[in-house]
Design a binder for this molecule. Structure first.
Ligand SMILES: Cc1cc2nc3c(=O)[nH]c(=O)nc-3n(C[C@H](O)[C@H](O)[C@H](O)COP(=O)(O)OP(=O)(O)OC[C@H]3O[C@@H](n4cnc5c(N)ncnc54)[C@H](O)[C@@H]3O)c2cc1C
Length: 213
């Protein structure tokens, strides 16, 4: 695939040619917001596993996932989820997204009152599963969050803003004092996330894709 780009700034973390990009990679992600960062994490070899020690409070889900729990969820057939849990999945939410949320926050999916259940998803680093990739974004790391006013607080509760493998609480060393954090904090968290998950080498911020062929 050929890519034309405009590179507005030289990335501080890495040395890149200013106006040209030569890519030898398998996956190109356009956009360095939360979605691009999370995808980069998974492509960097971080694999999500069901943690049977939780266990998940929903017995039916637990019994499904405890089968072959030593296999990454990315390598399991999860097609049953959409049909078996159809009543739980709100319209316009993809089944995979709903399953992820329900595993990370077992008591909070479908807006149930928050409880203190543990995360049923375990992230394991398996470097042999790394897929070569690059993340291009026309802003600094954080995508659209770079365009929000610093003081604008999130609609979501802070822990709903967590990215896989390194939560906001992990970053702050404890639960945030505010239930909803301002955009400036979310931006800083995403930059810290990239460093913590060693994603720097995949990131090309301030790079706009102008042409694909
Ligand atoms: C006021 C406001 C408040 C919000 N509050 C919340 C909240 O509390 N919780 C929540 O979950 N969501 C919230 N959102 C939504 C949130 O911003 C998005 O859900 C989130 O940023 C989407 O992440 P993303 O990675 O998919 O895309 P984005 O963060 O939008 O990142 C995509 C990036 O790709 C870039 N891009 C596009 N085309 C190209 C190209 N050709 N070349 C290079 N780069 C390109 C874009 O400029 C953008 O920076 C809010 C949105 C707004 C406007």
């Amino acid at each position: 695939m050929g890519l034309s780009i405009e590179c507005h700034e030289v990335l501080e973390l890495l040395e890149h040619p200013k106006d040209q990009l030569y890519l030898d990679t398998e996956v190109v992600i356009i956009g360095n917001g939360p979605a691009g960062l999370a995808l980069s994490t998974f492509l960097s070899g971080w694999q999500p596993y069901y943690n049977p020690c939780g266990p998940h409070p929903d017995e039916q889900l637990h019994s499904r996932l405890v089968e072959n729990f030593d296999r990454s969820l990315l390598e399991k057939d999860l097609s049953w989820y959409e049909e078996e849990f159809a009543e739980r999945i709100p319209p316009n939410i993809r089944p995979q997204s709903h399953l992820y949320d329900w595993l990370v926050r077992p008591d909070e999916a479908n807006s149930n009152p928050p409880q203190t259940s543990s995360n049923c998803l375990k992230m394991v680093y398996e470097p042999e599963k790394t897929v070569p990739h690059v993340v291009l974004g026309d802003t600094a790391i954080g995508g659209s969050w770079n365009t929000y006013d610093d003081e604008m607080v999130t609609v979501s509760l802070s822990h709903w803003m967590d990215l896989p493998g390194f939560s906001i609480s992990d970053w702050l060393g404890g639960k945030p004092l505010l239930s909803r954090l301002p955009a400036v904090v979310i931006r800083k968290y995403m930059r810290a996330y990239v460093k913590r998950m060693h994603l720097n080498k995949h990131m090309r911020p301030f790079t706009k894709v102008t042409h694909l062929e």
